[in-house]
Design a protein around this ligand. Structure first.
Ligand code: FAD
Ligand code: NAG
Ligand code: NAG
Ligand code: NAG
Ligand code: NAG
Ligand code: NAG
Ligand code: NAG
Length: 545
């Protein structure tokens, strides 16, 4: 980097701090800037010239955009990092952390970039983005049934790596193959095996983790409290996850996937009503998910709801059909709706990417084969604990008809293994009694941005739909999922009362209080922060209120 650039960056940095108030720890006497700090501390010209990007680098924009999965956060007006660092080893991460702190920037950590509020790639304060995509090694140990995965690896790469070594072990993780393990595991993580094995975080055995001082810790050296917090409490409130050690679970060599569509004209309301009673109580080898959207009937202007019931059964077609015939004959699943395949193929087929069993398995690990525009949406998530009555379902359909067909609802069935975990086993608390998870989203794929009049109308519809659903979903608190982060829930964090408005929805009271206590111990200065990170309270403020 040229001296003139350094001076420019320095001035830019100063301007930021002038406009962002006086509370930053930036020390003006410390006249070396962040890049100089990185240079000085690593003494590695190659690192600086290849892996550190400032807005002056022509590739800055593309590196930043490359892993922003939601186009809502790729706009000229979106605040970008002052510096992006894309380390290839842990020393470079440590140096980045220490220099970032020293120069008064905040840090944002990005692994897969799927954050629903852009928390990993944008901020309203000057910040350094630590992008871990280069650190994506996966080491599968079949004998010990474990795998070490670095934070920058994607779920699809984990599935593929396991499948290259064995077809009778797997890892129970998420649906979309491009989701990063760095963010995913830190929030809990549901997926197609949730009824059989619980969340992904339930199967994390160990971690390599960097704390605010740059120390590398593992489960033993960090202690059980912090290890508990990292598995569902949102790792980015506590430090930097470098790698997770995963426990692999047994799966059959052959599994079955089925798919049937039902509309309201084909008794959709009755079938969905029954789904709510039987699917969460069914054999845990079977998971059924339902996707719904409204559509016009034929070429009329009358609307209906199309429901896609899709299932994964850990066994063969014959047994599945016997089971469904006994418990859920109304769904009318037949031999021709079913296909037998390997576990990794089931992840491909159920990935919502249009993949089929003839798609080469490699595609699940190939980031460029995954359609990013699917994330181009605003979403909200609920948990349903009581079956919605038919009258309520009919009201829901009418409410959906009022939107412009851009909405999608996805129900993931819980029950099974999820019933066996206590709400406090890990911070993720949405366990026993949850019938299904209810995802609601509106898409902007056909729009140029999320601020066109059409997009704004859709967001408004989603918010009113969310309010409308209140009587039908979990209450006290109305539960929400931290991995489906939603800043609409609130961002106040000066007092417990303020923070509990959103915190107790993600974690419930007991877990949230424990997370706050652990946060105060491991990051008392609140360096690792974002709008919904675990808060550190200013006790002067607490006692005066
Ligand atoms: C298309 C799509 C499909 C999804 N499917 C599922 C699903 O099936 N099941 C499910 O449970 N969730 C799902 N999610 C939600 C997903 O789990 C979260 O968005 C998750 O946070 C993404 O992790 P990431 O690493 O890709 O994202 P990022 O945007 O990189 O990170 C998300 C959050 O984690 C933090 N973080 C990332 N890496 C680290 C690290 N190394 N150390 C500390 N903190 C870190 C970030 O700072 C940020 O706060 C889906 C999301 C999308 C967009
Ligand atoms: C310097 O950085 C380069 C690129 O990141 C890396 O390959 C090399 O190992 C680093 N050298 C040392 C001594 O760390
Ligand atoms: C960024 O620009 C500087 C100055 O031109 C250059 O030395 C450096 O190699 C560039 N960095 C990257 C990662 O391209
Ligand atoms: C389990 O891991 C240890 C340590 O890496 C290794 O020595 C041992 O051989 C492994 N066990 C099996 C059954 O592969
Ligand atoms: C169900 O409907 C969707 C959307 O119209 C379609 O893409 C899919 O092929 C249908 N599936 C079946 C099994 O008919
Ligand atoms: C669509 O509408 C036209 C008349 O507007 C009609 O002739 C045609 O049969 C309809 N097609 C279908 C599939 O219903
Ligand atoms: C990954 O996918 C892209 C886009 O479909 C394709 O062009 C490329 O060949 C694939 N790479 C591999 C290694 O399969």
């Amino acid at each position: 980097m040229k001296i003139s650039h350094l001076v420019f960056l320095f001035v830019l940095t100063l301007c930021f701090f002038v406009s962002w108030g006086a509370t930053s720890p930036f020390d003006v006497d410390d006249s070396v800037d962040l890049i100089s700090c990185l240079k000085y501390k690593t003494n590695n010209v190659t690192f600086i010239s290849q892996l550190v990007f400032t807005p002056l680098n022509s590739s800055f924009q593309s590196v930043w955009e490359a892993r922003v999965n939601n186009f809502r956060f790729i706009k000229p007006s979106t605040p970008k990092p002052s510096v992006i660092v894309t380390p290839i080893d842990e020393t470079q991460i440590q140096t980045t952390l220490l220099c970032t702190k020293r120069h008064g920037y905040e840090i944002r950590i990005r692994s897969g970039g799927h954050d629903f509020e852009g928390v990993s790639s944008t901020a309203v304060v000057p910040f350094v983005m630590l992008d871990l995509f280069n650190m994506n090694s996966i080491d599968v140990d079949v004998g010990n049934k474990t795998a070490w995965v670095q934070a920058g690896a994607r779920l699809g790469q984990v599935y593929y790596s396991i499948s290259q070594k064995t077809n009778t072990l797997y890892f129970p993780a998420g649906v979309c193959p491009s989701v990063g393990v760095g963010g995913y595991m830190g929030g809990g993580g549901y997926g197609n095996l949730v009824r059989k094995y619980g969340t992904a975080a339930d199967h994390v055995l160990d971690v390599r983790f960097m704390d605010v001082r740059g120390n590398i810790l593992d489960r033993k050296s960090m202690g059980e409290d912090l290890f508990w917090a990292l598995r569902g409490g949102g790792a980015s409130s506590f430090g930097i996850v470098l790698a997770w050690k995963l426990g692999l679970v047994p799966v059959p060599e052959i599994v079955t996937v089925f798919s049937v569509n039902v509309t309201l004209e084909e008794d959709g309301t009755d079938i969905f009503y029954k789904y709510q009673y039987v699917a969460p109580r069914m054999d845990r080898d079977l998971l059924i998910r339902v996707r719904m959207s409204s559509e016009f009937i034929g070429n009329t202007t009358k609307k209906t709801i199309r429901m896609s019931f899709e299932g994964l059964y850990l066994g063969k077609i014959d047994t599945l059909l016997t089971l469904l015939d006994k418990r859920f004959p109304e769904l009318k699943v037949k031999q021709e709706n079913c296909e037998e395949m390997s576990m990794v193929q089931s992840s491909l087929v159920l990935a919502l990417q249009g993949f089929t069993t003839s798609t080469p398995t490699e595609a699940i690990a190939n980031i460029s084969a995954i359609r990013r525009e699917l994330s181009n949406a605003k979403i909200k998530l609920d948990y349903v604990r009581t079956p919605i009555p038919k009258s309520g379902l009919r009201k829901i359909w009418r409410k959906m008809f009022a939107n412009d067909r851009s909405e999608t609802l996805i129900m993931y069935t819980f029950g099974g293994k999820m019933e066996e975990y206590s709400d406090t086993a890990i911070p993720y608390p949405h366990r026993a009694g949850v019938l299904y998870q209810l995802y609601k989203g509106v898409s902007f794929v056909d729009q140029t941005s999320d601020t066109t009049p059409t997009s704004l109308r859709r967001i408004e519809w989603l918010r009113s739909f969310d309010t409308f659903l209140e009587p039908y979903v979990s209450k006290n608190p109305r539960e929400a999922y931290y991995n489906y982060i939603d800043l609409d829930l609130g961002i106040g964090s000066d007092t417990y009362e303020e923070a509990s408005v959103w915190g107790e929805r993600y974690w419930k009271r007991e877990n949230f209080k424990k997370l706050i206590r652990i946060k105060a111990e491991v990051d008392p200065e609140n360096f690792f922060r974002h709008p919904q990170s675990i808060p550190v309270f200013d006790y002067a403020l607490v006692s005066s209120s």
